[in-house]
Write a protein that binds this ligand. Structure first.
Ligand code: GDP
Length: 420
């Protein structure tokens, strides 16, 4: 149903805590499986002498959807109410981060799953950290397998208390904590009869309460300039509209050069039709009323809502490179279509991926660390806070010829620096 609103959610949890089972339940209980799928999977289980599991539903469903394509992030959806929930299922936290930072995925909300019997694991903490790093603010924690702890309120409250305390250090406050049993369907789609002490929402109800992030077209205009084609005497500027929309007659400002001009025409290449306006998500070529000199890497916007221009900002980065990052380390930074030399001016804090401890006065960022840093660039660049506009607020870090890290812009400093 294409008329439904799309809503993207990421599901994360320690392996075996019940992610597939919970998803299988959601698909089955919202009637979102293809016709006959449930019976087919039951049949296969019977033939193979296996006990039916809801997890098989989701796994089999995924296999069908994925045939022939290889992707890090499997995407499927279930429908409920007037929404289609698109599931971003990342196999591990590295894939999840990579997908988020590269822009392959944009989660609007997250479901974090914890096994009531096993309690909070390191991975549960890491997932909480990643959500806070990525600025995901709509979070529901599902305490799953409540049937294994006799549906005990005490067991649930203990996990809730401990996890809330941990997340509050990350300034993350989940809106909902839900005691559930994915296997039995308690508090997933239907309210549980086994936990009369719980007066809160079901998982589905909590998801329906989350609000949709603004559509990209409603954000301020951002067109990172990709290329300039010179067909004398005309110059066509090409780029993808990453946010907002623009029309013929609009005054554009290019950052960081701060040059302005009016859009004279918009055209699609090799196609005779001329368009009047272009929304986010489309690429376009356009001409200006004046021959101003702009370069690849600049960002076109409307004058009253231009990006920040700065050579210093605070960021959260994820490092994947073998060589650790020292204070003062120099790399190439790529943000939208701009590339610029950068320096790690300061390392403010590190979450060590193995211990999850925050280094006291960290000197280096090791492989798989997530760190809060201050970055300086050799020249001012156009950028946004990730929380405001994601596509011009995230970047990758290149060492040699390879992407070795990625990050998101948390805060932009205005004061201009001495060039390094
Ligand atoms: P995943 O690795 O997080 O996707 O976990 P699965 O969904 O594959 O579940 C791991 C195991 O836990 C399977 O054997 C499930 O049957 C079991 N499981 C999942 N949810 C529940 C639950 O609510 N109660 C019980 N008792 N077992 C569950």
């Amino acid at each position: 149903d294409t008329a439904k609103e799309h809503f993207q959610i990421v599901f994360v949890g320690h392996v075996d805590h019940g992610k597939s089972t919970l998803l299988g339940r959601l698909y089955a209980d919202t009637d979102s499986l293809p016709v006959g799928h449930l019976d087919k999977v039951r049949d296969i289980c019977a033939r193979q002498g296996k006990v039916f599991e809801y997890a098989f539903l989701f796994d089999a469903f995924l296999e069908e959807q994925e045939q022939g394509i290889t992707i890090d992030t499997a995407r499927t959806f279930f429908s409920w109410g007037d929404r289609q929930y698109i599931i971003i299922d990342a196999p591990g936290h590295k894939e999840f981060l990579k997908n988020m930072i590269s822009g392959a995925a944009r989660a609007e909300a997250a479901v974090l799953i914890i096994d009531a019997g096993e309690g909070i694991q390191e991975q549960s903490k890491r997932h909480g950290y990643l959500l806070s790093l990525l600025g995901i603010r709509q979070v529901v924690v599902v305490v799953n397998k409540m049937d294994l702890v006799g549906y005990s309120e005490e067991a649930f409250r203990a996990i809730e208390k401990e996890y809330r305390a941990f997340l509050s250090h990350l300034k993350l406050e989940p809106q909902y904590f839900i005691p559930a049993s994915a296997r039995n369907g308690d508090n997933v789609a239907a309210r549980s009869g086994a936990m009369p002490w719980y007066g809160g929402l079901t998982l589905l109800e909590s998801l329906a309460n989350f609000v949709k992030l603004p559509a990209r077209t409603d954000l301020p205009l951002r067109i990172p300039v990709q290329d300039i084609y010179k067909f004398d005497p005309r110059r066509i500027i090409a780029g993808r509209v990453e946010a907002g929309q623009f029309s013929v007659g609009d005054t554009l400002v290019f950052s960081p050069s701060n040059k302005t001009a009016v859009v004279k025409s918009i055209e699609a290449f090799n196609v005779p039709n001329v368009v009047h306006s272009v929304p986010a998500g489309r690429s376009a070529g356009f001409t200006l009323d004046e021959q101003i000199f702009v370069e690849r890497g600049e960002v076109a916007s409307h004058k009253d809502a231009a990006p920040e221009v700065s050579d210093r900002f605070k960021a959260n980065i994820f490092w994947m490179g073998k060589n650790p990052v020292p204070v003062g380390g120099r790399y190439l930074l790529r943000i939208a279509t701009a590339e610029v030399e950068m320096e790690v001016e300061a390392i403010l804090g590190i979450i060590d991926a193995s211990t999850l401890g925050r280094g006291e006065s960290p000197e280096r960022i090791e492989k798989n660390d997530v760190a809060e840093v201050i970055i300086r660039t050799r020249r001012p660049i156009a950028l946004d806070r990730y929380a405001d506009i994601d596509t011009t607020g995230r970047f990758v870090i290149i060492e040699g010829y390879d992407i070795q890290g990625g990050g998101i812009v948390m805060e932009v400093f205005k004061d201009e620096q001495e060039p390094f």
